[in-house]
Design a protein around this ligand. Structure first.
Ligand SMILES: NC(=O)c1ccc[n+]([C@@H]2O[C@H](COP(=O)([O-])OP(=O)(O)OC[C@H]3O[C@@H](n4cnc5c(N)ncnc54)[C@H](O)[C@@H]3O)[C@@H](O)[C@H]2O)c1
Length: 427
């Protein structure tokens, strides 16, 4: 049986869901195909995603395909209680989620999802899949496969795979071009910027904004902050990013995009607003807090709340208190005050200020999710490990997203297609 904060919020949640439904044309098309073909009949799906209105539409789409679904949030702060209540009240999907959970409650919810004995799991950050491989190993034999939504989850999955620990195939949904090129960049750009403004109501123009990490998320946020008149500093590191890239190229990209680039030791004393989006830990730590200006604002858009070392910040403080929703004041022993937004958790998704990515962005990301689940349910033999989303699937989502905007791109002519594959003809 579902567990949510307050079922009387359901009517408000229905309105939110209706707004998302009206603005997710690609999922609507997939849903209508699923309703006819029922490709998920008899399949149980366990979900750990930020539980808000766009996720609600994905869950409905899976149910329309014939699946039985149980869902929790992948983060203790990011559930929209109105939406969770509306889905729970409808009764077709089991929901275990509310905003403001303790760590214990968070894991109780993930375990409750796993109690439904899923065949397929959809995860965001790899906590659900990790739980399956540690405390709930007894359930592994039921699992046909999984899907992972975010960069940090993929990094964790690769680490499991390298150690031979990953026991089923997982689609790296994050790495689909129709996902990370749009969601991580344009989605995080708009939603993180919007959430910081909603938390603080402060003017961005004229401020110095320090962005840590110039990956897909960081470059999006940097461009929006620059567009609003901020003086943007980018912080990168000389570290590797898989076999073909490193932070060095990202630093150069930022420089050529017109930003000042430096390390955090230098940037710490300059910033008015700091935003981390690295997937790494202790990006803002004691040595940086020591240098920051009175009144500096700290926000995180990376997956986990360890990018900003809140424990050290608290130790340096003589007093802390929640000044207003999503804004915690840390009064340091030397008299300066620093402000941490949303407990250092994903600022763009933390309620009440964070609303998550724009709806159209999630239409694309969740279309990839829905089609990957369909692919897994076909039961084709796939080895345990991390799998790229098939290119045809990725392209079909991009095509549907364009068509939903009334755009149809021409195919290259036969002559052009041949030329693009030619090696002899130089002119
Ligand atoms: N807020 C959201 O809604 C949202 C959306 C998508 C992804 N994410 C999360 O955001 C994080 C970043 O995702 P991405 O796709 O941009 O990843 P990415 O791998 O493309 O980029 C991360 C960048 O951070 C840099 N970096 C690493 N350690 C650093 C440090 N100590 N200081 C400065 N830079 C450092 C890396 O060199 C890299 O360029 C991940 O945790 C991901 O899961 C959040």
């Amino acid at each position: 049986m579902s567990k949510v904060k307050n079922i009387s919020l359901a009517a408000e949640g229905q309105k939110e869901l209706e707004w998302a439904r009206l603005n997710m044309p690609v999922l609507a098309k997939i849903r209508s195909d699923f309703e006819k073909a029922k490709p998920l009949k008899g399949i149980r799906i366990g979900v750990a995603l930020h539980l808000e209105k766009k996720t609600g539409i994905l869950l409905e789409t899976l149910v329309a395909a014939g699946a039985k679904v149980a869902a929790a949030s992948c983060n203790p702060l990011t559930t929209d209680d109105r939406v969770a209540s509306a889905i729970a009240q409808d009764g077709k999907i089991e929901i275990f989620a509310w905003a403001g959970q303790t760590n214990e409650e968070y894991y109780w919810c993930l375990n409750s999802v796993l109690d439904s004995k899923p065949h397929i799991v959809i995860d965001d950050g790899c906590d659900l899949i990790n739980l399956l491989h540690t405390k709930r190993k007894d359930l592994l034999s039921n699992i046909m496969g999984g899907c992972e939504e975010t960069t940090t989850g993929i990094v964790r999955l690769w680490a499991m795979h390298r150690e031979g620990a990953l026991k089923f195939p997982v689609f790296a949904v994050n790495n689909a071009h129709s996902k990370f090129l749009l969601d991580n960049q344009f989605g995080t750009a708009q939603s993180a910027t919007e959430a910081i403004m909603r938390c603080t109501n402060k003017l961005v123009a004229g401020k110095t904004v320090v962005i840590a990490g110039y990956g897909w998320c960081g470059r999006g946020i940097a461009s929006r902050m620059k567009g609003m008149g901020a003086n943007v500093i980018v912080v990168e590191v000389d570290g590797t990013l898989g076999p073909h890239e490193s932070g060095l190229q990202r630093g150069l990209q930022a420089l050529y995009d017109g930003y000042r680039v430096m390390d955090m030791d230098k940037a710490a004393s300059e910033g008015d607003i700091f935003v981390t989006a690295t997937g790494n830990k202790n990006v803002l730590a004691k040595s940086h807090f020591e240098k920051m200006k009175d009144g500096a604002i700290l926000a995180n858009a990376g997956h986990f709340n360890n990018e900003i070392n809140e424990v050290e910040l608290k130790k340096m403080s003589k007093e802390t208190h929640e000044l207003k929703d999503n804004v915690m004041q840390y009064s340091l022993k030397d008299g300066r005050r620093l402000y941490l937004l949303s407990e250092g958790r994903l600022v763009n998704l933390s309620r009440p200020s964070g609303q998550g990515h724009p709806i159209e962005i999630m239409d694309g990301s969740f279309a990839v999710q829905a089609l990957c689940v369909q692919e897994l349910a076909k039961g084709k033999k796939m080895p345990a490990g991390v799998h790229n989303v098939p290119k045809e699937l990725d392209d079909s989502v991009a095509r549907m997203l364009l068509e939903s905007q009334g755009i149809r791109l021409q195919k290259p002519t036969a002559e052009q297609a041949k030329y693009a594959e030619e090696w002899k003809e130089g002119t």
